[in-house]
Design a protein around this ligand. Sequence first.
Ligand code: PLP
Length: 446
Amino acid sequence: MTIHPNSIEARDKAYHLHSYTNARALERDGALVIERGEGIHVYDNAGKQYIEGMAGLWSVGVGFGESRLVEAAAKQMAKLPYYHTFTARTHSPSVELAEKLIEIAPVPMSKAYFTNSGSEANDTAMKIVWYRSNALGKPDKKKIISRTKGYHGVTIASASLTGLPNNHRSFDLPIARVLHTSCPHYRAFKTEGETEAQFVERCAKDLEDLILKQGPDTVAAFIGEPVMGAGGVIVPPAGYWEAIQKVLKKYDVLFIADEVICGFGRTGEMFGATTYALQPDMMTLSKQISSSYQPISALLINENVYQPLADESAKIGTFGHGVTAAGHPVAAAVALENIRIIEERDLVGNVRSLSPKFLARLKSIADHPLVIEYRGVGLIGAFELVPREGFAAGQLGPKLFGYLMEEGVISRAIGDSIAFCPPMIITDEQVDDMFDKVERGLEKFA
Ligand code: PLP
């Protein structure tokens, strides 16, 4: 890419530190400037069109350029651009959104608590778990278990919960009280001759062994994504969640479902919890809650969590937690309108009806000699490349990603897996268009 002095690319290099980017590579190569979006497409500043096969960061469910969301934001901006929810203040958008989330929650929930990102929602979940244990007079019951390859965010607490090395390395993480158990990726982690059912049994046993080793009186909660996203789209094997939940119940360990990616239709149900018959005590939501038109996240808690929290706050005099923009009226108004759109246009139904084609196209890519496996559910999926001589693990994915960009498809390279999570408004023809381009890119890469 030629970078002109004073161009947006040059100024980006000069002033902007990017998330999840090799800073030295950026100094050399610059960043891609995306200028606008429409439907499932985005356009760079040279006018090139891309299918946003990742819906941004697994998040723009209703697609780009949705005027109803723009109008909802403008209307709320004009009426009340900001107010907070500290010290017993409130406003209609946050109340209406809380009510809506409790109404559509897949299991009975009591209260919605608002934050601005998935990381903060998970951070808050962890603090509430500790607060609750103190309220219940169990000060030692504080450890939280997550999984290798799980992704829960980047704050000190949520990055600790995340089970990916790059989120820990050089950050001096994870913190104490966070433990990791096994990842449910059967193909990658099965032992010689182990059946899927045996693998599931072993995952549940690993969890139980960890709880027993630590002492059940010290383990407060478990957090997991119904389907792991950033870890590589790891779809749990049959029976996995049933077996895990049995262990959690047995040892009185709270279950936090991280629905930041799965929530609002991605798996073909409104929540991943429904797809996998989960019974969480707490749920964290973000991304497709507002299709990322505004930064907002929510934590739902059930009575079992709320009652001790309320008692403790009465004892102390306050629930001493909250961020300035929690339940921001503009973000809440946009989220509400976004959920209305998802419901009115039956986007969850669209995910369900297009899923067979989406998965069939991934399956047919998996027949390619360079591909070892495909994984997916609803409209989230990935295929993984066969290791190739001369390439270290994790080098092939980014290389193929580049070929797909040339074809006009934005995917995500996760190690040697290529992930897809297109806007839920995608049509049958557009699914074909996306995978036709992917196949062309794969042929050139081969
Ligand atoms: N949880 C999951 C499952 C996620 O995928 C993400 C982000 O990708 C997060 C939490 C963190 O959300 P955020 O990036 O908004 O902090």
